[in-house]
Design a protein around this ligand. Structure first.
Ligand code: GLV
Ligand code: MN
Ligand code: MN
Length: 412
């Protein structure tokens, strides 16, 4: 007979509400950037909840929080969790729901089924969003997978110029110890996350099991010109970088629109220097976020965007350069885990589908050392990376039941 996992609805709702107090932004938003006091408060809260649930907790060298439910047998761990940092501003659910889900799942499994055969762990990753440091690239899961370069702590700077090493020291962490956060004893990583798009809502379903993840590339483009007087310098004598930048931005977005789903291109950050109404800009910088689930198509799209930048720069005679600040290949979920989670949903009587992820996730990094899969929970209106992000507690509970049932199949 199917074993029903009973999740405490009220506990889930309270945890979502209470965690959102750390870095609360407006009525429903959160700004919780890595290594800030509100981030530290949230990680401590997660540790307290895990200890109350009877789990053994610790914070690793990079600031990830872990909680363990020791199994009877030796062997690699089965891990669940997500990230505690947020966009700026973001919502209450991106990352946070996966941390809460893992906590509630482990707590419920322990209460309902006792000591597992295999060791189960929760991880609350310190950083995923790159919302403070533009090039952290999954800092928390990169530390766990041993992929942080030795030069990075002293060279990565936040938008205010603070190095990540100094930011770590400010919350009592020693950047020299980052390599100690690496793990080689994790067999499975299953992350629960809000979908962040509209597909589940359109299909009228609460849950999906994720089949794969897009490849992503971030560019930082600089178009240079010369600052002059906005009234006195005639149009034909200006070296204004704005016209070229505006054409570049419009061209890369238009190309992704023409190609259509699942290709996407976003220009989300534009910096004008010196950024005053009566001064012709000296420099316009902007980011391009390019994603596609097929690596060859991603490479083609990026090559086309780069050619566009060159063509427009040369037509306007504007010195233009770019650097790639993030680059990850697409990745697939483990098919066996996908099957197991689909079966777990059926066992719990929860309607579920399978779908690829549009967002990138820590699970992609964890795929370097473990078999991975994800559970998606419906997002209201498909909204995310905004304080308008929302997921009902009913749907969150449905997702946690699927997660817990999946972990039970693996660990008991
Ligand atoms: C993760 O937050 C992403 O940008 O997909
Ligand atoms: Mn996320
Ligand atoms: Mn996010």
């Amino acid at each position: 007979m199917a074993v029903q996992v009973a999740i405490d609805h009220e506990l889930v709702e309270r945890m979502i509400h209470d965690l959102a107090r750390y870095g609360a932004w407006g009525e429903t938003g959160v700004v919780r950037k890595v290594y800030t006091p509100e981030w530290a408060g949230a990680q401590q809260q997660v540790m307290r909840w895990a200890e109350e649930a009877g789990l053994h907790t610790w914070q690793d060298a990079v600031g990830n929080v872990w909680a363990r439910l020791q199994g009877r047998e030796d062997g690699p761990s089965i891990v669940t969790g997500s990230h505690i940092d947020s966009q700026a501003p973001g919502g209450r659910f991106d990352g946070a729901l996966g941390v809460i889900a893992g906590l509630v799942a482990l707590r419920t499994l322990r209460e309902q089924f006792g000591t597992p055969r295999r060791t189960l762990e929760l991880v609350s990753f310190c950083e995923e969003e790159s919302s403070r440091f533009p090039a952290t690239n999954f800092w928390g899961s990169r530390a766990v997978t041993g992929l942080i370069g030795p030069e990075e702590p002293e060279t990565l700077r936040d938008y205010d110029g603070v190095t990540i090493a100094d930011a770590m020291r400010a919350v009592g962490l020693d950047p020299g110890r980052i390599p100690q956060a690496a793990r080689d004893d994790i067999e499975v990583f299953i992350e629960l996350h809000v979908e962040q798009g509209p597909i589940l809502e359109q299909q009228g379903l609460p849950i999906a099991v994720v089949t794969g993840f897009p490849g992503i590339r971030h560019y930082l483009v600089e178009v240079r010109g010369r600052a002059d007087h906005a009234g006195a310098m005639p149009m034909d004598l200006r070296q204004d970088p704005m016209l070229a930048a505006a054409e570049m931005i419009s061209a890369v977005i238009a190309r992704a629109r023409e190609i259509g789903r699942p290709a996407v291109t976003t220009v989300g950050r534009v910096l004008v220097q010196p950024n005053f109404p009566a001064i012709i800009p000296e420099k316009v910088s902007f980011t391009i976020d390019v994603r596609h689930p097929d690596s060859a198509r991603l490479a083609d799209l990026c090559a086309a965007h780069e050619q566009t930048l060159r063509t427009i720069a040369s037509r306007h005679g504007r010195a233009t350069s770019w650097q790639i600040t993030t680059s990850h290949p697409p990745c697939s979920s483990d098919p066996e885990l996908v099957r197991l989670l689909v079966e777990a949903a059926a066992e719990q009587g929860i309607p579920a589908t399978t779908m690829p992820s549009g967002a990138v996730h820590d699970a992609q990094r964890m795929a370097h050392i473990a078999r991975v899969a994800m559970v998606f929970v419906r997002s209201v209106g498909g909204r995310s990376h905004t304080p308008a992000e929302f997921t009902t507690t009913d749907d969150a509970v449905a997702g946690i039941r699927v997660l817990a049932a999946g972990l039970r199949r693996l660990a008991y």
